[in-house]
Design a protein around this ligand. Structure first.
Ligand code: NDP
Ligand code: MG
Length: 385
């Protein structure tokens, strides 16, 4: 395998740091070419010193000076505005762009990277939720791979190697159920952010951890799966599997089901995307069936976890509705994390904003940009007299 040059967008986050761990274990196969962060200057400086990238971006201008001073005795080029994040992905020297930043901010860099014919290792699911059709069409036109990093989608992708996509009957996404599995609406009235930030199986960034607790994460993943694998809406099922060992499944036309299993560790899907189509040796802990005598499965509770049914509604409606869902959810999560609304209040906000926003059946890129801005404005004002 030829050595691959990698750009990590969001290197200081949960996925970003695990990606660097993977690269550190395979210095002969991968080189860090670009690192980017929003405001965590200290960690970005530490990573830059350790991995010697050619370029770095820190989008928070207030942190730029600190980074420049700390790295003044290196040859690393340092950029510090959001425009450079979107532009840097076009650099000739990059082979793979890992999109590990959070939310809508991932869309433009991904589109630009596809314009420049880069392979995308996609962690940022929001990109496909907001503008899945646009992104997949561009990837197809430019003959680019979009390799999933999300564990469920990586599982499905691995199950589909060597298969004909026309012979898929349906895909089944597994969900851990989050910290509040089994709870009912009245149990969730006084949930605090500390409780919601404790995921039973995965350690992740704050936004996706809240999304996992509310099951919005699974809703976003259903929309992500639709575009990644070209499925009709009724070809995607969700099943709750609290142990997070079966990472997802594909059912074929002959009734056969393939699944991908393993311990919950994001380093595996990250490594698979970087190494694809090769499987690379590693020292990750191996799964032992005898430690898990029971793998269990149950239906998701759509009445208690309204965010999941709102995501299904947005999926069914199509157009710019998933973009509206995403922007409203980003604001709702932010408000919840700042104690401005309750856990259940997040669904009220999203539902209300979905009803208020103007629906567009066939949005262009500019429609998505406008929809995102407008939805954020209405969501910010939600609840104000
Ligand atoms: P984190 O919050 O841990 O990290 C986000 C990273 O992106 C940080 O480096 C952060 O910089 C940077 N960043 C955040 N917002 C912006 C912005 N607006 N502009 C530029 N940079 C930004 O997130 P995760 O690693 O948990 O998640 C990243 C993505 O991967 C999400 O889309 C998530 O849904 C997806 N994902 C994550 C999984 C996980 O296990 N964590 C699993 C599957 C998918 P700084 O540190 O300076 O703030
Ligand atoms: Mg996932």
């Amino acid at each position: 395998m030829q050595k691959k040059n990698i750009a990590i967008l969001g290197s200081t986050g949960s996925i970003g740091t695990q990606a660097l761990e993977v690269i550190r274990q395979h210095p002969d196969k991968f080189k860090v070419e670009i690192l980017t962060a929003r405001s965590n200057a200290d960690l970005l400086i530490e990573q830059a010193k350790l991995f010697s990238p050619t370029m770095i971006v820190i989008t928070d201008k207030n942190q730029a000076e600190k980074v420049k001073i700390a790295l003044s005795n290196t040859n690393i080029k340092i950029y510090s505005d959001e425009n450079s994040l979107a532009e840097i992905v076009k650099s000739d020297t990059i082979d793979i762009v890992l999109t590990a930043l959070v939310g809508y901010a991932g869309l433009l860099p991904t589109l630009n990277a596809l314009e420049a014919k880069k392979t995308i290792a996609l962690a940022n699911k929001e990109t496909l939720v907001v503008a899945g059709e646009l992104v997949m069409n561009l990837a197809k036109k430019n003959n680019c791979h979009i390799l999933p990093v999300d564990s469920e989608h990586s599982a499905i992708f691995q199950c589909l190697v060597g298969e004909n996509y026309q012979q898929i009957e349906k895909i089944i996404l597994t969900a851990s159920g989050g910290p509040f599995r089994g709870k009912k609406t009245q149990d969730l009235i006084h949930i605090t952010k500390t409780q919601a930030l404790k995921h039973p199986n995965w350690s992740m960034g704050a936004k996706i951890t809240i999304d996992s607790a509310s099951l919005m994460n699974k809703g976003l993943e259903v929309i992500e799966a639709k575009w990644l694998f070209g499925m009709a809406n009724d070809q995607i099922d969700v099943v709750v599997h609290p142990q997070s060992i079966v990472h997802s499944l594909v059912q074929f036309k002959d009734s056969s089901i393939k699944a991908q299993l393993g311990l919950p560790d994001m380093k595996l899907p990250i490594q698979y995307a970087f190494g694809f189509p090769d499987r690379l040796e590693n020292n990750f802990e191996r799964f032992n069936f005898l430690n898990y005598p029971q793998l269990t499965f149950e239906s998701p509770d759509l009445t208690t976890f309204r965010n999941l049914s709102l995501a299904f509604e947005a999926l069914k409606k199509g157009g710019n509705m998933p973009c509206i869902l995403n922007a409203a959810n980003e604001i709702a999560v932010d408000k919840f994390l700042h104690d401005k609304i309750s856990f259940l209040g997040m669904s009220d906000l999203i539902e209300n904003v979905m009803q208020k926003m103007t629906f567009i059946q066939n949005p262009t890129y500019n429609d998505y940009v406008k929809t995102d801005i407008e939805t954020r404005k209405i969501s910010e004002n939600y609840g104000n007299k």
